[in-house]
Design a protein around this ligand. Structure first.
Ligand code: HEM
Length: 473
């Protein structure tokens, strides 16, 4: 019998699971599939058990609005958040409202549209170098893992724009998969609260600690170099701003540990997200010839041989819509976790303090009530007039509420620039024998990478043809 008090049902419908483990194995196998099955069977709010931890899956814009905007009831995960093993207490993982707000305010100025406009040139130089580098390494017809290539490009951009430094080579020295090792380790612990303690000398624990030592050394070195009295400034970059910031109450600057946490958070949050979405965007373009040709026409009609200027970008809105639609189908942070701070009610069900909520952006972005024909790749869903009719929380690739992605405008400017510049030079074709399967860790990656062949385009010729076509039509 259902227990109802004051019109509130005691517990949300519960997904079946194994004794003791609950849904741990299902989540490890494929968390998005498991939650999708739960939603199909039980509705937009479903309860799971991950060992001893109760978790509520949320899959509707209405419920997401409540969870993401009310941080008194639904906060960030606490000190046991495994992501803290990597990111410490930077913006993404801090659960202390006061210090989070102080740091967020301190960093906000670097992310305003005006400050970003000043960064456009640095972004452009980095993009040009990275694209030229790809051109030097690969001949037309070469097979590349586009995911790896995009990661390299976006890491370089975020390092130079935010920290005026080039970290790629040092990171490569830690092993090609160092950052992956750290992030996957933390994510596995998030999904499986029964993981062995980090202090046990297992091979995986040892590798994790080794990678973290390397990452920490690198970041503390960047900070120490900038703190030297004779060090050149970063020209007002994010690190300069963090070093100069003072607490309004105490007058204290940030400690090295606080700086390290914000730096590593910016690296982690600020490059893979954009790289993955670009990868999915090129995959989608390779599967939808008509959309690709429309993008090519738009880009060829605007760009010459140089990289785009901000005015050029404004003249290529369809290409931006392609990126937005890729973010709908493959939100790069597909699940946003929250901790229930006190006993409360959600969607007509009681939700106990201490349990977790997982806001499932992947399912919300495909919710049949809000997205007609949700699986179809259609960038024109993002025409300004179409968007007006949509529920405000039906599209949340950058989150919502107080924790809305601070780098949203940076990411959109960067992605637009890269998408246009890459489309102008190459066509990427999916290798038909290569299996493409999405894999949700903290981000939504292609599980086996993204093998594509690169085909050089001759944009000047294409542009001439396009312009001539416009004249005669
Ligand atoms: C396509 C690219 C990106 C996507 C899809 C994305 C997505 C997100 C999402 C969904 C959140 C909210 C997390 C939550 O509520 O728990 C977030 C937060 C954040 N993002 Fe992004 N992000 C992107 C790019 C960037 C970039 C380029 C940067 C920095 C250079 C960045 C830095 C951050 C930070 C620091 C936070 C934490 C904000 C806070 O809690 O105050 N992100 N991002």
């Amino acid at each position: 019998m259902t227990d109802v008090r004051d019109g509130v049902v005691a517990g949300a419908p519960r997904a079946a699971g194994l004794p003791l483990l609950g849904s741990v194995l299902d989540f490890r196998r494929d968390i998005l599939q498991a939650m999708h099955r739960g939603r199909t069977a039980h509705g937009d709010l479903v309860q799971y058990r991950l060992g001893p931890v109760a978790v509520h899956g949320v899959s509707s814009p209405e419920l997401a609005a409540e969870v993401l905007t009310d941080s008194d009831r639904f906060g960030k995960l606490g000190p046991d958040n495994p992501l803290r093993l990597v990111l410490g207490e930077g913006l993404l993982t801090s659960d202390d409202h006061k210090s989070w707000l102080r740091n967020r305010r301190m960093m906000q100025p670097i992310y305003t549209k005006q400050a970003l406009a000043g960064m456009f040139a640095t972004m452009g130089v980095s993009a040009a170098e990275q694209i030229a580098h790809m051109g030097d390494r690969y001949r037309t017809g070469a097979v590349v893992d586009l995911h790896t290539e995009m990661m390299r490009v976006t890491l370089d951009i975020v390092s130079r724009c935010m920290f005026s430094t080039d970290v790629s080579r040092t990171l490569a020295g830690l092993g090609p998969d160092a950052v992956d090792v750290a992030i996957n380790y933390a994510f596995d612990r998030l999904q499986n609260p029964l993981s062995p303690p980090t202090s046990w000398p297992t091979p995986r624990n040892r590798r994790f600690h080794e990678v973290m030592r390397g990452l920490d050394d690198l970041i503390y070195r960047i900070i120490a170099e900038r703190r030297r009295p004779d060090a050149p400034t970063g020209g007002g970059d994010l690190l300069d701003m963090l070093l100069a910031a003072r607490d309004a109450d105490t007058g204290q600057g940030m400690t090295d540990r606080e700086l390290r946490d914000e730096v590593i958070t910016t690296f982690a949050a600020g490059h893979e997200t954009t790289a993955i979405t670009l990868t999915w965007a090129f995959y989608l373009l390779s599967r939808h010839r008509e959309v690709l040709e429309r993008v090519q026409r738009e880009v060829d009609g605007v760009l010459g041989d140089d990289l785009p200027t901000p005015e050029d970008l404004a003249a290529m809105p369809y290409t931006l819509r392609v990126f937005e639609e890729a973010l709908r189908l493959y939100p790069s942070a597909p699940i946003l976790p929250r901790l229930v701070r006190r006993d409360t009610e959600l969607g007509g069900y009681r939700v106990p303090a201490g349990s977790r909520v997982l806001v499932n952006l992947y399912d919300i972005h495909r919710h049949p009530r809000h997205w007609p024909d949700p699986e179809r790749f259609d960038p024109d869903r993002f025409l300004p007039e179409t968007g007006k009719a949509r529920h405000r929380f039906a599209y949340l690739p950058f989150g919502a509420g107080p924790h809305l992605c601070i780098g949203k405008h940076f990411a959109l400017m960067e992605a637009h620039l890269l998408l246009c510049a890459l489309v102008r030079r190459w066509e990427f074709r999916h290798v038909p024998s290569h299996r493409v399967v999405n894999h949700a860790t903290i981000t939504l990656r292609p599980r086996y990478g993204m093998l594509m062949t690169m085909h050089q385009r001759t944009p000047s010729a294409a542009r001439t043809a396009h312009v001539a076509g416009e004249r005669t039509s």
